[in-house]
Design a protein around this ligand. Structure first.
Ligand SMILES: [Fe+2]
Length: 283
């Protein structure tokens, strides 16, 4: 990962963030517009990605929906900060794959210079994965799934067989014939890297995040694979439970060092400090 500051688009625009926020708050579009003193048609335009809302209106919506006003304003103006993400003590390879109308991320983490690595998620499947595979990585020691949606865990069995991956781990409760559950707090340790599972339900009932560190225990920058729990500037849809999603986000951000790099299932890399300061859903 050569670029120390990412410049790829956020996963969610203003309309997506407002839509998710109303869902999390249990507030209808009509009620949100009325409580914020905004014409309903103007809020509906924003939800349809045609926002003409001014700063005052954004501020009122943030207060009504309990959002971080600074972060929501930054998203509305297309100026959400993307922090410096270099300095990890290992090499991180984001594998960005088109899927439907969007892009999904898987990741390889490896000791720099090594042909061996760890794979986090499989993307839509083996074919897509091969199209973005780094030429220098020849072996995968283990694959860790954040959740088992098709866009993140596509073709797991085929990937495991084709790449001859000796271990595949899934979140507890996930149904997969090719992986074994890695419960909250469990560690996988290899010769250079250690991975700790964080059970992070909310987007899905069976959802894990993974903390990646070197085995030396040095005070180096850490990496957290966040799946569809937390994105730069947003969170995943609360398909399972909005309260659990909020709790999982709070727990992860509270447990990690401020300079830890977050690697989400969609959108650019970010950091704990950046999301604590600007993420609309973190207040
Ligand atoms: Fe996703």
């Amino acid at each position: 990962m050569n670029n120390p500051r990412e410049t790829i688009p956020l996963e969610d625009e203003l309309g997506d963030v407002l839509d998710k926020a109303m869902g999390l708050a249990g507030v209808s579009t009509e009620d949100a517009a009325a409580q914020a003193g905004i014409e309903l048609s103007r809020l509906q335009d924003a939800l349809d990605w045609r926002s003409d809302l001014n700063c005052d209106e954004i501020g009122r919506l943030a207060r009504v929906l309990s959002l971080n006003e600074v972060g929501l304003g930054a998203i509305a103006s297309g100026a959400y900060p993307q922090p410096e993400v270099g300095g990890l003590p290992f090499c991180l390879y984001p594998l960005r794959m088109p899927h439907g109308i969007g892009v999904v991320n898987a990741y390889i983490v490896a000791e720099c210079g090594s042909e061996r690595g760890l794979l986090f998620d499989t993307g839509p499947g083996l074919c897509a994965l091969r199209s973005v595979w780094p030429a220098n990585i020849k072996y995968i020691d283990a694959v860790f799934l954040t959740h088992v949606e098709a866009e993140h865990a596509g073709g797991l069995c085929e990937v495991v067989a084709s790449l001859q991956i000796p271990k595949a781990f899934t979140p507890p409760g996930a149904v997969s014939p090719c992986g074994q559950p890695l419960p909250d707090g469990a560690k996988w340790t290899g010769p250079y890297l250690t991975v700790t599972a964080f059970h992070t339900p909310g987007h899905a009932a069976a959802h894990n995040g993974y903390l990646v560190e070197t085995v030396c225990g040095c005070q180096c920058r850490k990496l957290f694979i966040s799946g569809d729990l937390l994105f730069a500037g947003s969170v995943g849809c609360a398909f399972y439970c909005r309260n659990r999603l909020r709790d999982s986000v709070r727990r992860v951000l509270g447990a990690l060092p401020a300079n830890a790099v977050l690697a989400p299932g969609h959108g650019p890399l970010t950091t704990v400090a950046n999301e604590q300061r600007y993420n609309p859903f973190v207040v």
